[in-house]
Write a new protein. Structure first.
Length: 400
């Protein structure tokens, strides 16, 4: 499939992690169930981009040539194409408590490499001619991912294996794919600044460059260039807002550091400008027992972080956690308010305006995977209608 697009026009999609399903058959069926209605609402007859989430189970199934060939035919029938993959959650992502298991296996484990390499191969087979690819991944792991003495060299070596595979694909086919670490609260890479420091200090260290140069049989200069082109940061607007970052500044700092932004994920977080006792019941309505809902509280310029919502609520009852709360819960981008409390939509709009001016990334992906567990008051549309509404909201902002 060949796509004719304006050079400055980003590829806009939604992430299919909003749909339950861990096996490839379940993923394939969900695309047939949802994509036609969403495509007809947003694509104006053009092929629709899909941000495909693959579990480890689904990835290894789709990696089989016959299954991949069948999916290529399915995409043709759907008038759709895949340009980005979500290779962050390896295991089950819906219907059972996920919490910090979502970060496993982390980048210290060989299974994370095997899974990511499969995703790289899959995306290379699916990319339309002339379209770059992106793959978002776990930000090394949960907080203590690199506590063991030999952990960091192992993480870097594992990432280099993936970079080498992407370079080999580009040499063979001309297709460009980039892997993007996605900072998230309570993770090893929690903020944009931490992700930037990690890439500059560890992934681009002289030792890492030398290792990659040896693997690729190329000069150190070409190895450094490969690292710059094939490994960057996935900027998740919800995560950034929870960390009280200025999105325009954070994106510009990545650019100034020469760090690629292969993908920007668009969503809003829950915001309470000043936590009170009366607001606690509403906030606790977002505690679904499935996902971690990290909380960052700002008071007098100081940030206090809590790994999950119950911990923050307990701190408030103990006379702590006073001030503005931001809660890691992805809510639809078109909502300025979430019931009786607000959202970080302002940070989302700042991000989109920055993208319009500066073109920070050509891949924009709406990611509201929490749809099934959101409070009922926020689900005024069907899931397909809400996804289409989110995409149309973003398109309107970008075209304004």
């Amino acid at each position: 499939m060949q796509l004719k697009r304006l050079a400055a026009q980003p590829h806009l999609t939604y992430c299919t992690n909003i749909h339950a399903g861990e096996s490839w058959d379940e993923v394939s069926q969900s695309l047939n169930a949802f994509v036609p209605a969403i495509r007809d609402a947003v694509a104006d007859g053009a092929p629709m981009g899909i941000g495909l989430r693959l579990s480890g189970q689904a990835a290894f199934s789709l990696h089989e040539p016959s299954v991949l060939q069948a999916f290529q035919a399915q995409l043709q029938s759907l008038n759709a194409y895949v340009f980005t993959l979500n290779a962050f959650p390896y295991g089950t992502f819906h219907g059972v408590p996920v919490k910090q298991d979502v970060y496993a296996p982390d980048w210290t484990h060989a299974e994370r490499v095997r899974y990511t390499l499969a995703c790289i191969d899959i995306l290379a087979a699916l990319l339309p001619q002339g379209v770059d690819g992106s793959i978002s991944t776990v930000p090394v792991g949960f907080r203590g991912a690199c506590n063991a003495p030999a952990a960091m060299p192992k993480v870097v070596s594992h990432l280099l294996q993936c970079v080498a595979q992407m370079v080999a694909i580009k040499r063979q086919t001309g297709q460009h794919i980039a892997l993007a670490l996605e900072p998230e609260p309570a993770c090893y890479l929690e903020t944009t600044q931490e992700a930037s420091h990690f890439i500059q200090t560890h992934v681009r260290s002289p030792q890492a460059v030398a290792e990659l140069a040896q693997t690729l049989a190329c000069s150190h200069e070409l190895a450094r260039q490969a690292l710059e082109e094939h490994l960057g940061v996935c900027f998740d607007v919800c995560h950034s807002a929870v960390e009280f970052e200025d999105p325009a500044l954070a994106l510009d700092e990545l650019r100034q550091a020469g760090i690629a932004i292969p993908k920007i994920q668009l969503s809003s977080a829950v915001r309470i400008s000043q936590m009170t006792e009366a607001q606690l019941p509403t906030v606790q309505g977002f505690d679904d027992a499935v996902y971690l809902h990290q909380v960052v509280v700002e008071q007098a310029g100081q940030l206090t972080r809590y790994v999950d919502l119950p911990e923050a609520v307990a701190a408030f009852h103990a006379g702590q956690a006073q001030g503005e709360w931001r809660v890691h819960c992805h809510v639809p981008v078109f909502l300025q308010d979430a019931g009786s409390i607000s959202t970080t939509q302002a940070q989302l709009l700042q991000t989109l305006e920055s993208c319009k001016r500066e073109g920070f990334s050509s891949h924009l992906e709406v990611e509201t995977y929490t749809w099934d567990v959101l409070p009922d008051v926020l689900k005024t549309d069907s899931k397909a209608q809400a996804i289409a509404r989110e995409l149309l909201f973003v398109k309107k902002v970008l075209l304004a």
